[in-house]
Design a protein around this ligand. Structure first.
Ligand code: FPP
Length: 249
C-alpha cells in the first residue's frame, strides 16, 4: 500500500469514543518478525524501536495521557549476552536521540523497574531524561526496563516494612502507592503483540482489572491503524470491576 493510500485508510477509521487513561504494551514479536525476513534478532529489535517512535506519535495525537511500555524484563538478562547488549545499546540510543523531541512534545519520561543492575551509563541517561521532562504533562511515558512484576511487589513489601507501617493499616492502596507506578492509575488496556496469551510478569498487580487485547501482529508491524483497532475494541468492552449492572439484580 502506498503512503497516500495508508493515510486515506487511516482517515476512514471509525472515530474513537473511549480513550483509555492508561495503555500498557507488551511489545512482543521482534525476533519472529526478523526471522520471517531472514534477518537476525538485533534487526528485529531495531525495527521494534523504530516502530516505537511511530506508535508514540499516534498515542500523543490520540490524546492518551499515560503509556507504559515493556522494553526489558528482569528475566531478559538470561538472553544471550549479545542480545542483552543490543537491547541496552538501543535504550541508550533512544534516550540520546529522542529525549529532546519527546521533551518538546510534552512527554514526561519515567523509568519503572529496578534501577540496580543497570549499567551506570544507562542509569545516568535515564535520570537525565527524567529530569529534563519532569514538568511535562501531555503524555507520561513509563519505560519498563529491568522490570518484573514480582520483583516490584517484593520491593514494595520491603519498603513498607522499612517504613515500619502497622500491618493492620496496610491496604491495597498502600501497596499500589509503593509500586514503581505509585501515584498513577492502573492500566485500563494492556495490549500484547505477537500473539502469546500471557502477562509475562508485566504489571501483575496493576493488571487486576485491565482489559487485555492480544493481537498476532508482531510489534514492528503494530502501526497506528492496529492501535486504533485496539482502542476501538476497548471502547466496546463492558467493564464491571467484579460488580453487576444495577438493574440486573
Ligand atoms: C520482545 O520481542 C521484545 C523485547 C524483549 C524487547 C522490546 C524492545 C524494543 C521494542 C526496542 C527497545 C525499546 C527501547 C525503549 C529502547 P522478542 O525478542 O521476545 O520476540 P520473539 O518473541 O519473536 O522472539
Amino acid at each position: 500500500m502506498s503512503k497516500s493510500e495508508t493515510t486515506a485508510a487511516a482517515e476512514t477509521l471509525p472515530p474513537l469514543t473511549h480513550i483509555p487513561a492508561h495503555i500498557a504494551i507488551i511489545m512482543d514479536g521482534n525476533g519472529r518478525w526478523a526471522k520471517a525476513r531472514g534477518l537476525n534478532r538485533a534487526a528485529g529489535h531495531r525495527a521494534g524501536t523504530e516502530n516505537l517512535r511511530r506508535v508514540l506519535s499516534a498515542v500523543v495525537e490520540m490524546g492518551v495521557p499515560i503509556l507504559t511500555i515493556y522494553a526489558f524484563s528482569t528475566e531478559n538478562w538470561e538472553r544471550p549476552r549479545s542480545e542483552v547488549r543490543v537491547l541496552l545499546g538501543l535504550i541508550e540510543r533512544v534516550l540520546d536521540t529522542e529525549t529532546e523531541e519527546l521533551a518538546r512534545n510534552g512527554v514526561r519520561i519515567r523509568h519503572i523497574g529496578r534501577i540496580s543492575g543497570l549499567p551506570t551509563r544507562v542509569v545516568n541517561k535515564i535520570r537525565q531524561a527524567e529530569a529534563m521532562t519532569r514538568y511535562n504533562e501531555r503524555l507520561v511515558l513509563n519505560v519498563a526496563f529491568n522490570y518484573g512484576g514480582r520483583a516490584e511487589i517484593v520491593d514494595a513489601i520491603r519498603a513498607i516494612i522499612n517504613e515500619g507501617l502497622d500491618p493492620d493499616e496496610i491496604t491495597e492502596d498502600t501497596v499500589s502507592a509503593h509500586l514503581t507506578t505509585g501515584g498513577l492509575p492502573d492500566p485500563d488496556l494492556i495490549i500484547r503483540t505477537g500473539g502469546d496469551q500471557r502477562l509475562s510478569n508485566f504489571m501483575i498487580w496493576q493488571a487486576a482489572y485491565a482489559e487485555l487485547y492480544i493481537t498476532p501482529i508482531f510489534w514492528p508491524d503494530f502501526d497506528r491503524e492496529e492501535l486504533h483497532k485496539a482502542i476501538l475494541a476497548f471502547g466496546h468492552r463492558q467493564r464491571r470491576f467484579g460488580r453487576v449492572e444495577s438493574d440486573e439484580a
